[in-house]
Write a protein of this length. Structure first.
Length: 240
């Protein structure tokens, strides 16, 4: 689930009510997963039991739930509640959103993506599709890749080198029409919020098809976005 509580409008007890409703719909055999990204390297370390999520109040509510499991990726963690939550969050210290990451595991298991009051610019599974397409990524830093410290469940600290950053997502709404042509989007409203429900595998397949036809289609055109500018320059050099 990617969400905007503000888009929903007034909700009694806010994120607590929405989280409870999602868990009720899924039932005891279901699994709820959300991004709990911090984006930047936390100081003095990433602690899954302390580091705040910067992907919205609903995600903050999720990872603080007593039954939640949160992954160990220092900048792009996910949290899950429900059936086999540990299997989807464990071993997440490598690729943030690549092949084998929690969101990829969720899609491969038949999981769905709910965009609750947000558009595809919040749809992180598109990054997973980029990885399956084999798109080359450029790091968001110059020089050696940074190292982050992660607090493990037993209290020990582990140092891990960050993987290549995911690209900007500002242009991800370019995937909306290809997905609609596939009949892959179910539209509805929840409160005041327009919502979309999709299968994760449909998102990955559409992303692979679109980017293999036009690799730069999901890069933004902002002159201040170095990551997308670098990627576009690389694609031009390959095509020339």
């Amino acid at each position: 689930v990617h969400s905007s509580m503000r888009a929903l409008g007034p909700v009694v007890d806010g994120a607590t009510t929405v989280l409870a409703a999602l868990l009720e719909v899924l039932g005891p055999a279901g699994l709820l997963v959300m991004p709990t990204f911090h984006y930047q390297i936390p100081e003095p370390c990433y602690d899954p039991g302390q580091t705040p999520s910067r992907t919205g109040v609903l995600t903050q509510q999720l990872w603080q739930h007593p039954l939640a499991r949160r992954s160990l990726h220092p900048t792009h963690s996910v949290a899950a509640i429900g059936y086999d939550a540990a299997a989807f969050t464990d071993r997440h210290l490598g690729s943030a959103c690549g092949v084998g990451s929690p969101l990829d595991r969720l899609a491969q298991a038949g999981g769905k993506v709910l965009l609750l009051g947000v558009t595809h610019t919040s749809n992180t599974t598109i990054h997973v599709g980029e990885a399956h397409a084999g798109l080359r990524k450029f790091p968001a830093w110059t020089g050696p890749a940074p190292v982050a410290r992660v607090r493990l469940p037993d209290g020990q600290l582990l140092e891990t080198t960050l993987d290549t950053s995911s690209s900007c997502s500002a242009a991800f709404n370019a995937l909306d029409l290809p997905l609609r042509r596939r009949g892959a989007i179910r539209d509805f409203r929840l409160g005041l919020a327009p919502c979309m429900l999709l299968n994760g595998l449909d998102i990955i397949a559409a992303t692979v098809a679109l980017t293999r036809a036009e690799p730069s289609i999901l890069t933004c055109t902002r002159p201040d976005c170095r990551r997308c500018q670098d990627q576009q320059a690389y694609y031009r050099s390959v095509q020339s």
